[in-house]
Design a protein around this ligand. Structure first.
Ligand code: ADP
Length: 151
């Protein structure tokens, strides 16, 4: 078996991995949800990142575990603070699209030092969220490559 040939086919299938084949379901919350409720939501939904949407369901912000922790160590009443006060907001959000290569998305995760990217669909009225791409998805893709090629 040629090592060179194996390398070429692994490289080719790696370049062909797409965001849409590995993305997870996005979990979204409303801008006026309280920080307290967002923490409960994050536990119940078992995700590390919540996407914040406006009344039309369009992307406005991102909430990470540390955003919620940072707010929780203050002496503020978490049932009184809406998440839009503490979220990272547009235009600072890093995102990807369903047909992007997984490599491109992985680079964004590492370069921007975030755990997850919203998978979005840009419309004239706003940004629709159609998925969530996390470091776990990248790790699963890595394993799928190994499985495909019997590595
Ligand atoms: P954690 O803060 O729990 O380690 P992250 O590394 O994902 O999780 O988040 C770090 C910071 O970056 C947080 O303030 C968060 O709001 C923000 N953030 C998370 N994901 C994104 C994203 N896709 N685009 C822009 N900012 C993000």
């Amino acid at each position: 078996y040629s090592g060179k040939k194996t390398m070429a086919t692994v490289t080719e299938s790696m370049m062909n991995l797409k965001v849409k084949d590995f993305q997870s379901v996005p979990v979204v919350v409303a801008e006026n949800m309280t920080v307290y409720d967002a923490i409960c939501h994050m536990f119940l939904e078992d995700v590390g990142t919540l996407f914040v949407v406006d009344d039309h369901g369009f992307l406005q912000g991102v909430l990470s575990r540390k955003d919620l922790l940072r707010t929780s160590i203050g002496s503020q009443d978490l049932t009184k603070i809406p998440v839009h006060i503490i979220m990272t907001r547009m235009p600072n959000i890093v995102y990807c699209k369903k047909n992007d290569s997984l490599i491109l998305a992985a680079k964004k995760l590492i370069e921007r030092q975030v755990d997850s990217l919203p998978v979005i669909n840009e419309k004239e009225e706003g940004i629709e969220i159609i998925g969530r791409l996390t470091k776990t998805n990248i790790t699963k893709a890595f394993i799928s490559l190994a499985d495909t090629h019997d590595l």
